[in-house]
Design a protein around this ligand. Structure first.
Ligand code: ZN
Length: 485
């Protein structure tokens, strides 16, 4: 809403910006004032006095982007500046996805894939969310962080290393107690990774039981890396929607995709199934703007991919960036034996198609999430490029989304879906998480060959009112906060 106020003052004033407010409504020209970490005025503020004024003529000012799908649980401690995110305009990350969260976690007797994606076994040392949060509050990152509790973390903590079975009644009860405590201590939901070894044997009923705990905390969500993203993708979508219906919880389908050549185009079916059920239940989803996925280097994914690149290997770090075929030639073995020798390792898998991505992204309930994996030597470029790539390729070049719709999927829709208060909209009284960018030139520069390059066209990024990124450089500030659900 445009307001006309005179003779007020503020710390920081953006003048003449094109406001894209995160609601999806059309952009408009206004001045925006910030004071003590909060947006305190929007409109014609030409009468205001400010300590500092930014001439934003011709630039877009939007709420800071919310990366709804990250594995940044440990990265926020090891790389507090989080250049890979703030350089894109990301001001909040949601961590703990795909069933693996650094907290709550009590050392189990096994440490299977995909746990190594976040860090080493020693890095999983937060038995409670309160402990994790204390660490974050003591040493905050440049981004805000909200945390999901991971189902696989709960399984490892309660099932004594034996994960290839369903949890017993007592173990399920123990998981429920841990989950309940995680919610009391500020987690925003439960994440699951049903396609991964630690959770593959968990039956639907075990998940419904846990979903019922989620349902006890209105606003919290159940997110899922579903049981299958290729040949059985429809069944896997139906399973998680059933869990949502039986447990009466909002569902978020993570990094939705149809992998494998023969499944290309099946997003028509998955989205139809999702939209049929949206009338009865709350469903959202997220997507990243690339045709290659990335996760642990495992045979199940190698089989489905047309090409595999190695992102890291603990025993053979020199193979990072290599095509797995070339590694196999070099080691004189099959690609599966090569993957075995490289493990713990990560891979990039070329296995999706463009039209599915555009179709999924266009769904009104679809948000943007990077699924970036920050620990890798040669990470998937989505870690540095996701948000600017949506703004350049899918908005400016291909016209899949309007700018307003794209920003909504990065901000307002994300905050609403995950219950983040006072964020995700450019609105008076909301936190001053802001990104100023040039919509005519904003662009990702990260590639598969050179994945760690910052975007161009991101002029200024504010987290809780403090600048963290200014024209290609980090400012050295770490104003991030732990966000409670
Ligand atoms: Zn996942």
């Amino acid at each position: 809403m445009i307001s006309h106020e005179s003779s007020s003052r503020c710390h920081l004033l953006f003048s003449n910006c094109t406001v894209v407010d995160g609601t999806g409504s059309p952009a408009y020209i206004a001045d925006v004032a910030v004071e003590t970490g909060t947006i305190c005025g929007i409109g014609d503020l030409s009468g205001w006095r400010a300590d500092q004024t930014v001439d934003a003529q011709g630039l877009v000012l939007a709420p800071g982007f919310i990366d709804v799908h990250t594995h940044d649980d440990h990265a926020v401690f090891t790389d507090r500046s989080m250049d890979c995110k703030v350089s894109q305009g990301v001001t909040t990350v949601i961590a703990g996805n795909c069933g693996i969260s650094l907290a709550p976690f009590t050392q189990g007797e096994s440490f299977p894939a995909p746990f190594p994606l976040l860090g080493s076994e020693q890095d999983y040392r937060y038995s409670s969310v309160a402990e994790y949060r204390r660490h974050f509050d003591r040493m905050p990152a440049s981004v805000n962080l909200a945390l999901l509790a991971g189902h696989s973390s709960l399984r490892v903590s309660t099932m004594l290393g034996c994960l290839d079975r369903s949890a017993s009644h007592a173990e399920t009860e123990a998981m429920k107690v841990m989950l309940d405590a995680a919610f009391v201590q500020g987690c925003i939901g439960l994440s699951t990774g049903l396609d991964y070894p630690p959770a593959r044997s968990a039956p639907t009923e075990e998940l419904v039981e846990l979903a019922k705990i989620v349902a006890g905390y209105p606003g919290k969500v159940f997110t899922s890396h579903i049981r299958n993203e290729s040949d059985q993708v429809i069944e896997a979508v139906e399973e998680v929607l059933d869990i949502g219906q039986k447990g009466r919880v909002p569902i978020v389908i993570s990094h939705h995709k149809c992998a494998g050549r023969k499944n290309h185009g099946r997003s028509v079916e998955t989205l139809a199934a999702i939209n049929r059920r949206k009338k009865q239940q709350n469903i959202a989803l997220d997507v990243y703007p690339y045709t290659a996925s990335s996760t642990s280097l495992l045979p199940q994914y190698i089989r489905e991919a047309e090409k595999v690149l190695v992102t890291y290997s603990d025993p053979h770090p020199g193979f990072a960036g290599w095509d797995l075929e070339d590694v196999a030639t070099d080691l004189n073995c099959s690609i599966y034996e090569a993957a075995d020798q490289l493990y713990p390792a990560g891979g990039i898998y070329f296995q999706m198609n463009e039209s599915d991505i555009a179709r999924i992204m266009s769904d009104p309930a679809c948000m943007i999430g990077s699924d970036g994996l920050p620990g890798a030597r040669k990470p998937h470029p989505r870690l540095w490029g996701t948000f600017p790539r949506v703004l350049s390729k899918y908005v400016r070049d291909d016209g899949v989304l309007t700018l307003e719709a794209a920003v909504h999927k990065m901000t307002g829709l994300s905050a609403q879906t995950f219950g983040l208060q006072d964020r995700g909209l450019l609105k008076t009284g909301y936190r001053a998480d802001l990104v100023l960018f040039d919509a005519a030139v904003v662009r990702d520069t990260a590639t598969y060959e050179q994945p760690d390059l910052p975007a161009s066209g991101i002029e200024l990024v504010l987290v809780n009112g403090s600048p963290v990124w200014r024209r290609g450089e980090h400012t050295g500030n770490h104003p991030g906060q732990f966000i409670e659900g």
